[in-house]
Design a protein around this ligand. Structure first.
Ligand code: AMP
Length: 383
């Protein structure tokens, strides 16, 4: 029976081994599951807390099959696993969300085309491969614009802002033939996201609208609930639900939106897994995005997403280690602040090492507290 529940005591498989897999694994172990993780690395954030860490390349399909044979369901925390990997795993265990979700979301052009064809609002875009394509796109959509590689992009990687048609052509001419997407630049008021889950029975749940600010294209601060008008929140959730249903997602998916100055919501990106903006749900909601991923992929009833307290999450990037070990006691001394670290040994610039969640009486207070806690990390440890 495809949808019979996978019960505690079973073993779950995670493709990928970063912090998302780690937080999924912690939720799974709390509920009495075992977890096997598969990735090319070792001593990983997920592997450190899993029952078994398999180190092999994603294109080692025999190793992928062996991994899938040992688990009741396969999910992923890294959506850029090759389609063949997901297909090989699916020979032995259900893969949730399914390969079709990966196929659409791991390629920006396919994703935007899917959104546009199904009537979901998104930024105006064109496919570009050559300088001539870029010239035509610039004539059509104008500048400024953002040019992004179609595959393997995240956190602003492989993307550049161009301010004139000449810049657009030059950006593409650097490596002609690479598939790219040319997007009109959106002068947005703010960025928001909706993290949501869908079960095998079509049940749906979400954590409302989360407000996100970025620094250098990397998420910096998330605040929940976002301070948006109720009609915007209702629309964002309806769009998100429509996307999960259309893609037949089983699991968690995040929709990132631009909210324009004229009050329009445009979908920027989809992430078919728990999302950085949803990390605060661990501390602030009855059921976290990670537990919900587990419930969804195990065909268990989805949990309550009731919010316990307003919350904010501040990312901790490797840059914070510049002047030595951050002052952990100083941040932990603040009431309502929770520390999450991902077990990464090397603090490189821009690398996500952990996050702080702050709980307070209002979103604004939570945001201030999270930022204050992060500032405290850089105070002198010896004081
Ligand atoms: P992405 O990798 O597509 O999520 O982009 C990373 C960040 O770059 C977004 O969160 C935005 O802050 C910015 N960005 C991406 N696309 C656009 C756009 N079309 N207009 C304005 N800003 C953008």
């Amino acid at each position: 029976m495809a949808n019979s529940p996978i019960l505690p005591g079973s073993t779950l498989g995670v493709l990928g081994s970063g912090q998302l897999g780690r937080m999924f694994t912690l939720a799974a172990r709390r509920m009495g599951y075992r977890v096997h993780t598969f990735s090319p690395e070792s001593d990983t954030p997920t592997g450190q807390v899993a029952d078994l860490e398999i180190t092999a390349h994603y294109d080692d399909l025999d190793a992928v099959r062996e991994f899938a044979r040992g688990v009741s369901v396969v999910t992923f925390e890294f959506e850029n696993v090759p389609a063949a990997t997901a297909a090989a795993a699916a020979e032995y265990a259900p893969v949730r969300p399914g390969g079709q979700v990966l196929h659409v979301t791991q390629h920006r052009l396919r994703e935007k085309t899917f959104l546009a064809q199904n009537g979901f609002p998104t930024t105006a875009f064109r496919a570009v491969r050559t300088a001539e394509d870029a010239r035509l796109a610039a004539a059509d959509l104008g500048t400024p614009a953002v040019i992004k590689t179609a595959a393997f992009g995240y956190d602003g990687k492989g993307q550049s802002k161009v301010n004139s048609p000449a810049e657009a052509q030059a950006a593409v001419a650097q490596s002609p033939g690479v598939e790219r997407i040319y997007e009109a630049f959106v002068d947005f008021e703010r960025e928001v996201s909706v993290v949501a889950a869908r079960g095998t029975d079509g049940s749906f749940s979400h954590w409302g609208v989360i407000d996100n600010s970025h620094r250098n294209h990397i998420l910096d601060l998330s605040v929940s609930p976002a301070d948006v008008p109720p009609n915007i929140a209702t629309e964002a959730i309806a769009i998100t639900r429509g996307i999960l249903e259309k893609l037949e997602v089983v699991g968690v998916l995040c929709v990132e939106f631009f909210l324009t100055k004229s009050g329009r919501l445009l979908v920027n990106e989809l992430a078919p897994r728990p999302h950085n903006s949803g990390h605060l749900t661990i501390d602030s909601h009855v059921t976290s995005q990670f537990e919900q991923q587990l419930r969804a992929v195990c065909a268990l009833p989805l949990g309550s997403t009731e919010q316990l307290r307003p919350a904010a999450m501040a990312n901790l990037l490797g840059d914070l280690w510049k002047a030595g070990e951050p002052n952990w006691p100083a941040a932990c001394a603040l009431p309502g602040v929770e520390l999450h670290l991902y077990g990464k040994a090397e603090a490189r610039r821009g690398r996500k090492m952990g996050h702080l969640t702050a709980l307070a009486n209002t979103s604004a207070e939570a945001a201030n507290l999270a930022l204050e806690a992060r500032r405290q990390l850089q105070t002198n440890n010896d004081e």
